[in-house]
Write a protein that binds this ligand. Structure first.
Ligand code: MRU
Length: 366
């Protein structure tokens, strides 16, 4: 997508220097800083500390991590077994988004048994293929999702379509276009009148910091709201549609996404508002049936709840909110059961959030 007229992605690979560049998303929207990832440890830190975040982007970063592990072993002194250990370290950086393990395993499978320059080249090609495929997938999600917004817009006689989203499932999370945001960009670019309610998304405020920044840079009308306000706007007829992303989706249609997604789905159900989840196929976990019981939910440092980051006197600062000694907990994803989801928007089309619906689009994974 374009930022101030410049084409930009949240990750790019410099062939000459063999360095992976990423936007440090911890500092957006107040500072635009690019970090360099030169080895596996850098990749792990970038994923764990959330320089990069969002399921597809974590996957692509992990894929380049395997490439960097192969580069470090150019003299071929590292065995496949030791390379597999490096892959496991990368996969452990964050547990919930399945894209990370999927992408790392895919690159490893493409280089297993190879050595030297061959191995390096194969790793780079596979990581780059994953990156480009995710871009194409998101573009298609935009096309399919556009039809949903267009239909609502026609029904409303082309009056403003109000869409609510949670967290950031935008291009920053996905290389390009985004998942939940791709239909919004497609609708806006084709002249539909849309407005987006952006949940701030505590504790790290990915909505207020990142989604608002992305949409604003594209000229899309949006309003940041507290995480608790969505239900109120739904009750007053001010939300036509909810679209969110996902970090892992079972083959039966249960969705793990940013904490608070479940409550939005409940409110949408109560108000008869369509609730769609947009995802590329890399976010399906074809091995899991029961999302609530089986999807690992990441719990991060309570300090992320204790403090809020923002701009103060021109500098990014952190402030303490609760009393110093109050215990805090920080589960960062929750599971929305399939029964609360209207449908999935994927690169192959739109389907019902059910085992049958998903298998209809992806019969080869059955
Ligand atoms: O903790 P984060 O910022 O990595 O969480 C991101 C989300 O929950 C997104 O909604 C999800 O990864 C989908 S991104 C297309």
């Amino acid at each position: 997508m374009k930022v101030d007229g410049m084409d930009i992605r949240p990750i790019w690979f410099d062939k000459n220097e063999q360095v992976v560049h990423v936007i440090d998303q911890r500092l957006l929207p107040h500072e635009f800083v690019v970090a360099e990832l030169r080895n596996v440890d850098h990749v792990i830190t970038a994923i764990r500390e959330m320089f990069v975040r969002g399921a597809p982007l974590i996957g692509v970063t992990g894929a380049y991590g395997v490439y960097l592990a192969a580069v470090a072993s150019a003299d071929n002194t590292i065995s496949d077994d030791d390379l597999a250990k490096e892959c496991n370290r990368i996969k452990a950086a964050r547990p919930t988004a399945i894209n990370l393990a999927w992408a790392v395993d895919r690159v490893f499978a493409s280089i297993r048994g190879k050595s030297g320059r061959d191995r390096i080249e194969a790793a780079r090609n596979e990581a780059s293929a994953i990156e480009e495929e995710e871009v194409e997938n998101c573009k298609r999600i935009g096309e399919y999702g556009f039809s949903i917004i267009d239909e609502i817009s026609s029904r409303k006689n082309r009056k403003t379509v109000n869409i609510l989203t949670h967290c950031n499932a935008g291009w920053l999370a996905c290389v390009d276009y985004g998942t939940a945001t791709a239909p919004m960009y497609a609708a806006f670019d084709r002249g539909l009148d849309i407005h987006v309610w952006v949940d701030e998304t505590r504790p790290l405020n990915q909505g207020a910091r990142l989604t608002a920044w992305e949409l604003g840079k594209h000229g899309i009308s949006h309003t940041v709201i507290t995480d608790n306000a969505g239900g109120h706007f739904m009750q007053h007829g001010l939300v036509d549609l909810v679209i969110v992303g996902t970090d892992r989706t079972t083959y039966t249609g249960d969705v793990a996404n940013k904490i608070g997604t479940y409550l939005k789905a409940l409110a949408a159900k109560d108000n008869g508002i369509p609730f769609y989840v947009a995802l590329p196929s890399s976010t399906f976990d074809w091995t899991l049936r029961d999302g609530l019981k089986e999807i690992p939910i990441e719990e991060r440092e309570p300090d992320e709840v204790r403090h809020i980051q923002g701009l103060h006197d021109g500098r990014i600062s952190n402030v303490l909110v609760p009393p110093e000694g109050s215990p805090c907990r920080n589960p960062v994803f929750d599971v929305t059961p399939a029964r609360l989801i209207t449908g999935f928007i994927t690169e192959r089309g739109i389907c019902k959030a059910s085992e049958q619906g998903i298998a209809g689009l992806f019969p080869e994974m059955k």
